[in-house]
Design a binder for this molecule. Structure first.
Ligand SMILES: Cc1ncc(COP(=O)(O)O)c(C=O)c1O
Length: 387
């Protein structure tokens, strides 16, 4: 089908959601995707922060094909070897206190269940999240979202959600108390424009939560699975080695196969009883096969090291572009800040066959590339920016 006829059909039959790029993407490999007309695009947006292993990584494709030939799905009411091994593999790379996993289907579902668990464990209702936060579009997750007008769109919101200033110790002290079930935080606020906090802030949050009996939730839906050059933000130098009580994952977890997860520590796990949580599709065979294959692909290709090198190279090379004011973020979650509006750069890069992402900060363009990018891809970006 031609671009025009596909566009016509989608626009006619799909409820309008995102502003779409005028691209008809047909296939992908590594950091690149191709249109129906065979034009190659460099995907520095990683299929919406999802394809950390790159598009159609051969190991992921082979693992999924093998699983498809065996069994596509059975729910959690039966045992499954591939599910057991996926949990084992995920826990083996997770921060050491997070020893159990609840598989679900998306980021919003992971955050819903994380907040539900926090209320069940503590017997409290209040949830504290942060200015600039984005946690998903379902009822509880959107009520914890203080970026833009998302919350307003879902009124009436779930009660007992309050907002503290991102990165401010004083604001947390004023907002959270002995009635708070959880503090939920995106360790790097991606949609807000890749906003960061100091490691000392996370060290403070951990100590404060322990003092007040509050559970700490890290939403690592974007920062998890190696994106920062560490398996997770939690337990890394970026967080001052702090580990939360619950860590939520989705996006890169299945290399594009929809899958989410909550990793929890012993305190949380032992308070959750049978029937407290549930989901039909969570932990399905195809999804968990994707989890194993994703972790293995990152390991086989040394992607954690690769993305750290790529970030270093990008920061050096970008000095050649006078329009760039600064670069924010870590590893493969970066924002380029321009002196002028970033929207024009987004459009021009697209014309130069490079896909990037916008953000809520009009001066910042986001890069959430596959973790396999190297000099070649960064040179393409720099040359295009110079043009
Ligand atoms: C930090 C963060 N949390 C939660 C979500 C929601 O994930 P999903 O769209 O899979 O529900 C997103 C999605 O962009 C996200 O970036």
């Amino acid at each position: 089908m031609s671009f025009v006829s596909v566009k016509e059909l989608e626009d006619k039959l799909q409820v309008e959601t995102y502003a779409k790029m005028n691209l008809l993407i047909e296939r992908g490999q590594g950091a690149y995707v191709w249109t129906n007309e065979g034009e190659r695009y460099l995907d520095l947006y990683g299929g919406h922060a999802v394809c950390a292993t790159g598009h159609c990584h051969p190991h992921v494709v082979a693992s999924l094909k093998a699983q498809l030939n065996k069994l596509i799905f059975y729910s959690n009411i039966v045992y499954s070897e591939v599910r057991a091994k996926a949990a084992e593999k995920l826990v083996s790379v997770a921060p050491k206190s997070l020893k159990k996993v609840f598989f679900c289907n998306s980021g919003a579902e992971a955050n819903e269940n994380a907040m539900k668990m926090a209320r069940l464990v503590t017997g409290r209702k209040k949830i504290v999240s942060f200015s600039g936060s984005f946690h998903g579009r379902t009822a509880d997750a959107i009520s914890a979202t203080f970026l833009g007008n998302y919350r307003k769109l879902a009124e009436p919101n779930v009660p007992f959600h309050v907002c503290a200033e991102f990165g401010s110790v004083e604001s947390v002290k004023k907002t959270a108390d002995e009635e708070t079930a959880a503090i939920i935080i995106e360790p790097i606020q991606s949609m807000a424009g890749v906003r960061e906090a100091e490691p000392e802030f996370f060290v403070f949050l951990r100590r404060f939560c322990d003092e007040k009996g509050i559970l700490l939730i890290f939403d690592e839906i974007q920062t998890g699975m190696g994106r920062t050059g560490n398996w997770f933000f939690a337990g890394s130098p970026l967080s001052g080695f702090v580990e939360p009580d619950i860590l939520t994952l989705a996006k890169s977890l299945g290399s594009g196969v929809p899958v989410g997860a909550c990793l929890v520590n012993e305190r949380v796990a032992k308070s959750i009883k049978r029937n407290d949580l549930g989901t039909t599709f969570g932990g399905g065979m195809l999804a968990v096969a994707a989890v194993i294959a994703t972790i293995e692909a990152i390991e086989i290709d040394g992607m954690l090291e690769k993305i750290v090198k790529a970030e270093k190279y990008l920061r050096e090379k970008i000095k050649q572009v006078p329009e760039v004011k600064d670069v924010f973020g870590k590893g493969g979650i970066l924002a380029i800040e321009f002196y002028e509006d970033a929207a024009g750069f987004y459009e021009k890069l697209l014309k130069n066959k490079i896909i990037t992402g916008t953000s809520a900060n009009p001066f910042r363009l986001r890069l959430l590339p596959p973790l396999c990018i190297g000099k070649e891809e960064i040179d393409l970006l720099i040359e295009a920016l110079k043009r």
